[in-house]
Design a protein around this ligand. Structure first.
Ligand code: PNS
Length: 160
């Protein structure tokens, strides 16, 4: 049976930290669904449509077993609907673990059939977050090497 995992997130924007987690997940799972949360409350840098396009361009050629999708509502319901065996999340620090743990336990309570797998990010990405990337970029700092080329290109286009 093919092992399917879901990697949920906002991905606004996709960083090399996310790509590192996806690469690790691809070694353990036959299919990895990268699922963009549709969050009406947030004011994103990139629209959901733009993020789908960016993620497909950045991940498609490198990871044949990755599928890009969107979801709304409870993650565990979406995981059930997709018949996924696992939810993937990346942790960079103890702070991330503290943020993730309540979600892991709540998701387990809501749906014990879906296991959460926490991947430890590569050291070189341990300080990279989407919010920091946006802040540094918006203030004119260099984010080269921290996001995929396509993300950098799209961010520059947006700001010009
Ligand atoms: O990239 P993010 O913003 O840290 O991702 C957070 C995400 C999408 C994993 C989380 O907000 C989520 O799962 N949202 C879906 C709604 C849901 O199921 N909430 C209960 C979580 S216990």
């Amino acid at each position: 049976m093919a092992r399917r995992a879901i990697y949920p997130g906002t991905f606004d924007p996709l960083t090399n930290g996310h790509v590192d987690i996806i690469a690790r997940a691809c070694q353990l799972f036959d299919q990895v669904i990268v699922a963009i949360l549709i969050n009406q409350g947030k004011q994103p840098m990139f629209s959901v449509e733009e993020r789908i396009e960016i993620l497909n361009a950045a991940l498609g050629p490198r990871f044949p077993q990755v599928v890009i999708e969107t979801f709304e509502g409870l993650l565990v319901d979406y995981a059930d609907q997709k018949q996924a065996h696992a939810i993937i999340r990346g942790v960079r620090s103890i702070k991330d673990y503290e943020y993730e743990l309540p979600m892991v336990l709540m998701n387990r309570r809501l749906n014990p059939r879906v296991e959460t797998v926490l991947f430890v990010a590569a050291e070189e990405n341990s300080y990279v977050s989407s919010s920091l990337i946006k802040e540094v970029f918006n203030l004119g700092g260099s984010i080269e090497g921290l996001v995929p080329e396509i993300v950098l290109k799209r961010m520059k286009e947006k700001s010009s």
